[in-house]
Design a protein around this ligand. Structure first.
Ligand SMILES: Cc1cc2nc3c(=O)[nH]c(=O)nc-3n(C[C@H](O)[C@H](O)[C@H](O)COP(=O)(O)O)c2cc1C
Length: 177
C-alpha cells in the first residue's frame, strides 16, 4: 500500500542531477554555495536553469556580475559541500574555511574550484524568472573536465542531509545524444 506524501517532501523524489558548488566573484572576495536545484534546458549552447534563493549571498553576486562557475564535486568533497551549503559568504571565506583551491577561469571572473572534477564557466543569459522564482538561465561558455575520473561518484541530495552517491552505470541502445 502506498501512503500519502507531504507536498513539502516532493522535491526529495525529483531532486535532479549532482549537487554542485556555484562560485561567484564579489569585490575582491569569492563565494561558494551548494546547489541541487538545476536543470539542463538546451544541448548547445548548453543552457542550465538554476534556482538561487534571494536569501543567499550568491544571489546578489550572480545578479550583479551576471556570471558564475558551476563546479561539480565528487563524494570525497561531501563534507565541504555541506559546509558551503550551511554557511554564508557574508560571514565566511569558504575557500579558506573548507580548504578549497580557487583557480582563475578563462572567460569569467568567478574562480573555478580545483578539487572539483568538472567546472563550467557560465554567464547569465535570461533573468525573466528571477523575480518570480529566483530562476536564472545560464549559458555554459567553457567546460573543464578531469579526464582521469572516468566514473565520477557525484552526490545527489535526497533532503535533510541524505545523499545518494552515483554508482553503477549501464549503457543501452539510444537515439538520444
Ligand atoms: C545539498 C544542498 C543543496 C542546496 N541547494 C540549493 C539550491 O539549489 N538553491 C539554493 O538557493 N540554495 C541551495 N542550498 C542552500 C545554499 O547552499 C545555502 O543557503 C548557502 O549557505 C548559501 O551561501 P551564500 O549565502 O554564501 O550564497 C543547498 C544547500 C545544500 C546543503
Amino acid at each position: 500500500m502506498k501512503k500519502s506524501l507531504s507536498l513539502s517532501k516532493v522535491y526529495r523524489l525529483l531532486e535532479p542531477g549532482p549537487v554542485v558548488l556555484v562560485t561567484t566573484a564579489g569585490k575582491g572576495k569569492a563565494d561558494i554555495m551548494a546547489m541541487s536545484w538545476h536543470m539542463m534546458i538546451e544541448f548547445e549552447p548548453p543552457l542550465v536553469g538554476c534556482v538561487i534563493s534571494n536569501r543567499n549571498h550568491s544571489f546578489s553576486l550572480v545578479k550583479a556580475t551576471r556570471e558564475c562557475v558551476i563546479n561539480i564535486p565528487t563524494v570525497e568533497l561531501a563534507a565541504q559541500v555541506v559546509g558551503c551549503g550551511n554557511t554564508s559568504g557574508r560571514r565566511v571565506d569558504k575557500f579558506n574555511t573548507f580548504g578549497l583551491t580557487p583557480v582563475a577561469g578563462s572567460l569569467v571572473k568567478a574562480p573555478l574550484i580545483h578539487e572539483c572534477y568538472a567546472n563550467l564557466e557560465c554567464k547569465v543569459v535570461d533573468t525573466k524568472m528571477v523575480a518570480t522564482y529566483n530562476l536564472f538561465i545560464l549559458e555554459v561558455l567553457k567546460a573543464w573536465i578531469d579526464p582521469s575520473k572516468k566514473h565520477p561518484r557525484t552526490i545527489h541530495h535526497c533532503g535533510k542531509g541524505v545523499f545518494m552517491v552515483a554508482g553503477r552505470t549501464i549503457t543501452l541502445p539510444s537515439k538520444m545524444k
